[in-house]
Design a protein around this ligand. Sequence first.
Ligand SMILES: Cc1cc2nc3c(=O)[nH]c(=O)nc-3n(C[C@H](O)[C@H](O)[C@H](O)COP(=O)(O)OP(=O)(O)OC[C@H]3O[C@@H](n4cnc5c(N)ncnc54)[C@H](O)[C@@H]3O)c2cc1C
Length: 447
Amino acid sequence: MKRDAVIIAGGGLAGAEAAWQVAQAGYKVRLYEMRPAKPTPAHKTGKLAEVVCSNSFKSDQEESAPWLLKEELKLLDSLLIRLAYAHRVPSGASLSVDREHFASAVTEIIGSHANVEIVREELRSIPEGAIVIIATGPLTSDSLSQSLREFAGEQHLYFYDAISPIVDAASIDMRKAFRASRYDKGAPDYLNCPFTQEEYLAFYDALVQAEPVPLHVCEKAMYFEACLPIEEMARRGIDTLRFGPMKPVGLVDPRTGRMPYAAVQLRQENLRADSYNLVGFQNHLRFGEQERVFRLIPGLQHATFLRLGQIHRNTFINSPRLLEPTLQSRRDGNVFFAGQISGVEGYVECIATGLIAGLNAARLVAGEVLLVPPRATAIGSLIHYLVSADPAGFQPENINFGIMPAPEAIGRRMGKQDKHRLQVQGALKAMADFRARLRPSVASTAR
Ligand SMILES: Cc1cc2nc3c(=O)[nH]c(=O)nc-3n(C[C@H](O)[C@H](O)[C@H](O)COP(=O)(O)OP(=O)(O)OC[C@H]3O[C@@H](n4cnc5c(N)ncnc54)[C@H](O)[C@@H]3O)c2cc1C
């Protein structure tokens, strides 16, 4: 196996970004993507970087943690973040993409790069002796999962993620739904379905009594807290949804002039604005039950569902036991992990780890010292979490200020916003310094 080429397994968000970083550094890449010949339960196309569920890349609100992560990626010349902004659709204060245009653009740019060869095959085991990045995501194929289990020397962990339903825009009753963003922040891009107390109680009863899809007997249900099925959340208490995905605060129903008792928000799916997803309505109810229960939402009584909620396995390694902060495996420094399988959660987090694995794999080929992003940065904090979290009961994490170091005390009690502002300032400065240590091409081409 020639060591001047990097093998990347998986052409998803992490793998595509990693391929771009290696190729831009001047090294050859063999990118294995098994789709379309071998599909996954969630992907629909053969394109690279297909966004499988929500089309949201989270908040773009200045000084929020997800915004900071994206700013750091821009500084590091991330291809996927540049293309996400180029193919964004209106979604208030968040960054959401037109999934078809985004994936097509990534496929076109990576596919035509002189240093990249895309191999449309399943990589069934970890190739020996080669520099490899494993970025096969939460739905890693069975053969490779088996090989990884042997490589890692311990069992993978499994839990379930779920997909939210999508409705046809033309079937939404706009005499009931209204357009607004919470607290009027940004453009009024969301459609809101307002509930009276009576409507909410009827909906709640139907939801908790609806029939779920049975879980696979061999697998234990372990839900990631940020992606709980809606019916599970409802079972935790009658008002849990009103403080979660159905919270009405910041909304005023123009028909009553008041805040509704509860509300469901619908987010635009594509530039044509012909479909909307039910924000936070991931679930694992039977399809017929979903249609019956979700038609109790005011405004969706005649909804046409283009996609219903689903539930899928998630595969990730126990990174605190297995990874170095360079994203190399402790067992074999030629093997890197990136994306969801490395134990991060979320599209942008996957891109971030893909970028760092790609940068470091290129440095390994070049015989250079591998780099770890500074702890003060959002990317550095995500990686710090991966390698230093408690390995017992390890769960994937997405970016939040809680995993970043607190700013140094400045002699007075600081409010949350001031604290976050200092964290953001420190992170951006540290990332600019880090960028200056990278190859000159990044320093000159990053925007
Ligand atoms: C059902 C579901 C819904 C999700 N919803 C969201 C969401 O709404 N928002 C969010 O931020 N995150 C979500 N996630 C989590 C995560 O952010 C996404 O899954 C993200 O796409 C992961 O990026 P990745 O690059 O790690 O993997 P992926 O983007 O899945 O890419 C992995 C690629 O590897 C390929 N592959 C797998 N095995 C092999 C093999 N052996 N050989 C060759 N190719 C292989 C796959 O075909 C795939 O293209 C969801 C995950 C799942 C499973």
